[in-house]
Design a protein. Structure first.
Lengths: 387, 555
């Protein structure tokens, strides 16, 4: 009787044994994200065409784009740091050097020196990791908040900050690597802004291409590319141009890391080429673009657009085009016309407008430098020495 | 044709309850393992397949989160709510009976023990249990195992449009299948009279659908009596027919059993009035079947098969079968949700006729030889179950101890990231959100956010429902309605309410706290707090007060 009962239990025992063995052999998901490199990928400019901007024009434009003095604004400083780089030194206490601007983001003591002791910290350690304090319209300290998701991290990547770089927050020290890991865990496919996230991942993450976010979703770089391609540009920041920049950065980083599939690379090139064609058609005879570039028609001569808006669009487009591969380039004539218009506009724009729209204008300056394959600080210094 | 189908055909000829004809042809004989025939193997494979097929459904936010909220409230307060505990008290509506309190508590218990993974585990368990009970119900009618398996498969396929949703009704479905088995068993064994009423006790506390169980009993009783009358030609004989008397006593005992609940007999009245709520008309699952839909196709397809089978069947058609087909067919026609009951009744009624038609055909061709039990089949069935367990995501999580996270479990439209943000910001207060999202957000804030409208649509008064539509459709009075309800936080679905989204982005008194590609979360400021700040929308400036009268006066 007992033997019969035990015999009946055998299938269950076998099943449980098999499940137990499977459990012992099953791999446990690893919470940390493997990042193979410490240094971000460098993406160098490809072209040097003095017809876009001469050395002298470059110097004149850069002279207007010195980091602004006065109360700090995180977004303005991000743009200034991105333009001038951490090595810039203007020989004046009134103008923040590149190192000081970099420290603003990496050391809370420096941040407090510039933003004031009462300013809430730029980085805070939340339950989902280290977060930059977001810019919120009603916040009295909004000027020192981060305007775009992951824009600070993307800028740190662009200026070559390694992942083991220490970041001193008010709650304690951390590293840029931790900032990257935390933002990757927070990333999801419904994120509202992902342009700077994509740039950060391309520069820091490659050749790693997939990870799990804190909600357990598997994220791949292919997902990020598809997201950039899927959304209409009209919804994107700065007329959708940062999405184009993100695509170019992904493509260029992949030229070194070789992790994207051929299909993904082809999709990126096809999209950039399509935009390039649109830009040729949408360029005003003077050389600029407006927010209506998506329509593929040039703006009417009497169209009312602010000068700063034209600078914004033209600067941003020239910037991504300077890094883009040759197969997606419009005729050089288009670039030259845009560059020369940008030089004129940057020299004409009144100081108040420039100060209040430093970000877009800095993109214009950076675009001109990229088209000359020159570091802005070096170009500016060379121009100063000559004069 | 796959192995499963072959096994099915092989066992079609086995007579019910008959011992297997032993043909000593062992392939692998292990003395320490019991040997099984093709029938048990087919049953095991079918149940494993049901487990696997069900395991890929994600948690759908129909009313799942409502029930979890209710379950939590009941557990934390140790009593049943009198009004909707999720919504703000002022708009929570009138008193009602919590017809699903037991399943709400069980769902909350599942979530407490195994996290969100506990819900899909409960889901697959209930669906597998339903299939097993359908098999038993068909087997109890004296059919061969092949028909048992075919009936379970047909039932699963018919229920496809509704089987993916985890909700208290699933416990009702299990109970319904058990009652079908009990009714089939009651013709030969008295024990059904004891346990079927117990099923109704469970059912009445777990879900209001016990009413359809009573309907089934009514069909059974009337049908049995009519059949007895037809057989004897006398109503007196029909009344004293032992089968009919057993049926009626079972029905009476079960009806009394449904009164064993916190509300007593009042529950029957509450349930009877449920489908009369006007707001249900706007809910898709309460709308009639459409022939062009999957539900309609399955239903009308099954009707066509029924017509052919009944025409061909040599088996006499019993009156309870007709009553069941008519009653549950009409129910299914009135509301998609009712397809769940048709999916159970239909195979139970039709399988004996299928078997009769088949038997007539096969007896002409001669019976095939039955096979002997072997331990190879035992090993095969263990292997099938093992593969299903490690392949099905919820049981894989159980086996490995690696629970999946919520974003991997919920359906694509669930506002997971918004809920995370809301938790991070520790928001509390009155919320206006799409009704299905409201419950989810209330769940994630442990009731701190209280949606004005949620999935308990039967508890929402028509004026509140009208106001809900005014806002979600972005009509001109949207802001006035929200002010009237003193809403603090507004969640807009980009896809469902594009007009409202445009209006919110342009509204000076709406602070955008969070947005993703699915939703926008805004804090609504009272009039006195409005300041001209950058980023407060484009500044339409004037608040449209027109249409304020549309808001009801329940506040």
């Amino acid at each position: 009787m007992k033997t019969r009962f035990l015999r009946r239990l055998m299938p269950l025992a076998l099943l449980l044994t098999a499940c137990g063995l499977y459990r012992a052999a099953a791999a446990r998901p690893d919470a940390s994200i493997a990042v193979e490199r410490q240094e971000p990928w460098t993406i160098s400019p490809r072209y040097d065409d003095p017809r876009v901007a001469t050395d002298e024009q470059l110097h004149q434009v850069l002279q207007r784009l010195m980091p602004p003095a006065g109360a700090p604004n995180t977004n303005t400083l991000v743009h200034a740091l991105r333009l001038w780089g951490p090595a810039a030194d203007f020989g004046s206490d009134a103008i923040a050097s590149g190192a000081r601007m970099r420290e603003y983001y990496l050391d809370d003591h420096q941040f407090q020196k510039l933003a004031g002791a009462d300013a809430p910290p730029l980085w805070s350690i939340e339950r989902d990791g280290v977060r930059a304090r977001p810019w919120e319209a009603w916040d009295k300290d909004r000027d020192t908040g981060s305007v775009h998701t992951d824009d600070l991290l993307a800028t740190l990547a662009e200026i070559g900050t390694p992942l083991n770089q220490r970041v001193i927050t008010r709650s304690g020290p951390t590293t840029v690597g931790t900032l990257l890991q935390d933002t990757m865990r927070r990333f999801h496919r419904e994120q509202h802004e992902y342009e700077w996230s994509a740039i950060s991942y391309a520069r820091y993450l490659f050749p790693t291409t997939e990870w799990r976010n804190r909600w357990g979703q598997k994220i791949t770089v292919a997902d990020v590319v598809d997201e950039l391609l899927a959304q209409p540009y009209s919804n994107g920041v700065c007329g959708g141009t940062h999405r184009l920049e993100a695509l170019v950065v992904l493509y260029r980083a992949d030229e070194q890391a070789r992790v994207l599939s051929r299909h993904e690379r082809k999709k990126i090139v096809a999209r950039l080429a399509e935009v390039s064609r649109l830009l040729v058609a949408a360029q005003h005879a003077d050389g600029y673009w407006t927010r209506r570039w998506l329509s593929g028609r040039p703006p009417a001569t009497n169209a009312k657009t602010d000068l700063y808006e034209r600078i914004l669009l033209t600067g941003h487009h020239l910037e991504w085009l300077a890094l883009a591969p040759p197969e997606v380039q419009p005729p050089r004539e288009t670039i030259v016309r845009a560059g020369q218009w940008l030089v004129r506009a940057m020299l004409e724009i009144d100081p108040q407008t420039l100060a209040s729209h430093y970000g877009p204008c800095s993109h214009a300056g950076r675009a001109l430098c990229l088209w000359r394959s020159q570091e802005p600080y070096i170009a500016w210094k060379a121009g100063r020495n000559e004069s | 044709m796959n192995a499963y189908d072959t096994a099915l055909l092989d066992v079609l000829d086995q007579p019910a309850m008959a011992p297997h004809a032993v043909v000593p042809r062992p392939i692998v004989e292990l003395s320490w393992l019991p040997a099984i025939g093709r029938g048990p193997l087919a049953v095991t494979v079918t149940l494993a397949a049901v487990l696997l097929a069900t395991s890929f459904y994600r948690l759908n936010h129909t009313d799942l989160w409502t029930h979890l909220n209710f379950g939590r409230w009941i557990v934390e307060n140790g009593q049943l709510p009198v009004v909707d505990p999720v919504r703000p008290p002022a708009v929570a509506g009138t008193a009602y009976a919590t017809t699903a309190w037991l399943s709400q508590v069980l769902a909350y218990f599942c979530h407490s023990v195994a996290g969100a993974e506990g819900l899909p585990l409960a889901h697959v368990s209930l669906v597998v249990a339903t299939s097993a009970l359908v098999m038993w119900a068909v087997r109890a009618q004296g059919l061969a195992v092949g028909w048992v398996v075919a009936a379970a498969a047909a039932s699963y396929i018919l229920a496809l449009p509704v089987v993916g949703t985890i909700r208290p009704q699933l416990i009702g479905v299990v109970c319904f299948a058990a009652v079908l088995a009990g009714l089939a068993q009651s013709t030969t064994r008295r024990i059904a009279s004891l346990w079927v009423p117990l099923v109704f006790v469970l059912w009445a506390n777990a879900h209001g659908s016990f009413a359809v169980g009573l309907l089934l009993l009514a069909c059974w009783c009337v049908g049995t009596s009519v059949d007895a009358w037809r057989a004897s030609g006398s109503w007196r004989a029909a009344l004293t027919d032992p089968q009919a008397r057993r049926a009626w006593s079972l029905a009476i005992a079960s009806t009394i059993a449904t009164c064993v609940n916190p509300y007593g007999p009042r529950l029957l009245v509450e349930v009877a009035g449920f489908s009369g709520h006007a707001t249900l008309a706007d809910i898709s699952e309460w709308q009639p079947l459409v022939i062009g839909s999957l539900s309609g196709g399955l239903f009308f397809g099954s009707l066509a098969i029924t017509a052919v089978l009944l025409r061909l069947s040599p088996r006499p058609i019993r009156f309870h079968e007709v009553l069941c087909l008519v009653a549950f067919g009409l129910l299914a026609l009135t509301a998609i949700r009712m397809l769940a009951w048709w999916a159970l009744v239909w195979p139970w009624v039709v399988a004996p006729h299928c078997a009769a038609v088949w038997r007539r055909q096969v007896s002409a061709a001669g019976l095939r030889e039955a096979s002997a039990p072997t331990t190879t089949r035992t090993l095969a069935s263990i292997a099938f179950v093992f593969v299903a367990l490690v392949w099905a995501p919820p049981t894989h999580a159980l086996v490995t101890g690696t629970w999946r996270q919520e974003a991997e479990l919920v359906s694509g439209d669930t506002p997971v990231f918004l809920a995370d943000e809301v938790q991070w910001r520790q928001l509390a207060g009155r919320l206006f959100a799409p009704m299905d999202w409201g419950d989810y957000l209330a769940w994630h804030t442990r009731g701190a956010l209280r949606p004005v409208v949620n999935n308990s649509v039967h508890l929402i008064t028509p004026p509140v429902w009208r106001d809900y539509r005014t806002v979600t459709e972005g009509r001109s009075a949207w802001r006035a309605v929200l002010d009237h309800y003193r809403i603090q936080y507004l969640v807009v679905s980009r896809e469902r309410s594009p007009e409202l989204l445009s209006a919110v982005l342009a509204d000076q008194r709406s602070r955008i706290l969070y947005q993703d590609q699915k939703a926008v979360l805004a804090e609504l400021l009272p009039v006195e707090n409005v300041v001209n700040e950058p980023g407060h929308g484009a500044g339409m400036g004037r608040i449209q007060e027109t249409g304020a009268k549309s808001a009801n006066s329940e506040i």
